[in-house]
Design a protein around this ligand. Structure first.
Ligand code: GTP
Ligand code: MG
Length: 216
């Protein structure tokens, strides 16, 4: 994927602040410090555009980027950082929940997990929540450079068993080595195309939604 332009559009904490949702959009979600911002930087080949945390839990708003004038990326705040006070966690939960349920231009969530780690309860909760609300997502296991070749299969199998539904495929990624970048772009382009053609799933209708909350 040739990146011609990337622009930071805005940071938002509530729907009134979102940019207009006319382009197919991908939201990057995952545990705090899992490597969301790094993955966006790697996809965009931009060293400085997205803030990389020195301390986890730093991205506290939804950051919107426009790519090549035809796609949007939304960097969501990470969940599960223990040191954040409960009141702040609740605020984040509401922010992410509102976004995922209401953003009509959402083509898919790029759901990022750590290839090295066992799935956390919050990761599994997010998966179940997205399944329940029929929010389309794509599982990416990042930090692959930190896993030895010999141990890889074991980790991949664990992630597959925990997060993938029948027919889904896992993208193994490294923002360090760029492994998986072509593959992920291929899938994003596919999803963006089907979203433009109106055949993308998009968030489910209000009536189809059970009342549940995403993890926090
Ligand atoms: P929050 O915004 O706080 O939720 O974090 P985040 O998910 O955006 O994580 P971020 O991209 O800031 O990365 C967290 C740390 O992991 C940083 O020190 C990154 O350099 C490191 N990191 C991210 N991706 C990779 C990777 O693929 N390989 C390696 N080795 N390190 C990575
Ligand atoms: Mg971040």
């Amino acid at each position: 994927m040739k990146i011609v332009t990337t622009e930071f559009i805005t940071g938002a904490v509530s729907p009134q602040q979102y940019p207009k949702g006319v382009l197919p959009e991908f939201a990057f979600a995952g545990r705090s410090n899992v490597g969301k911002s790094s993955l966006i930087r790697s996809l965009l080949n931009r060293k400085k555009l997205v803030h990389i945390s020195a301390t986890p839990g730093k991205t506290q708003q939804i950051n919107f980027f426009r790519v090549n004038e035809n796609l949007m990326f939304a960097d969501l705040p990470g969940y599960g950082f223990a040191k954040v006070p409960l009141s702040v966690k609740r605020k984040w939960q509401k922010m992410v929940e509102q976004y995922l349920l209401k953003r009509n231009s959402l083509a898919a969530v790029v759901f990022i997990v750590d290839l090295r780690r066992d799935p956390t309860a919050l990761d599994l909760e997010l998966k179940e929540w997205m399944d329940a609300y029929r929010i389309p997502y794509l599982v990416v296991a990042t930090k692959a450079d930190k896993v030895s070749r010999g141990a890889r299969k074991k980790h991949v199998d664990k992630i597959r068993a925990a997060f993938l539904n029948p027919g889904d495929e896992l993208v193994v990624y490294s923002s360090e080595t760029q492994e998986g970048r072509k593959e992920l772009w291929r899938r994003l382009r596919q999803r963006a195309e089907s979203k433009k053609e109106g055949s993308g799933e998009g968030p489910a209708g209000e009536s189809a939604r059970p009342k549940r909350s995403p993890p926090r």
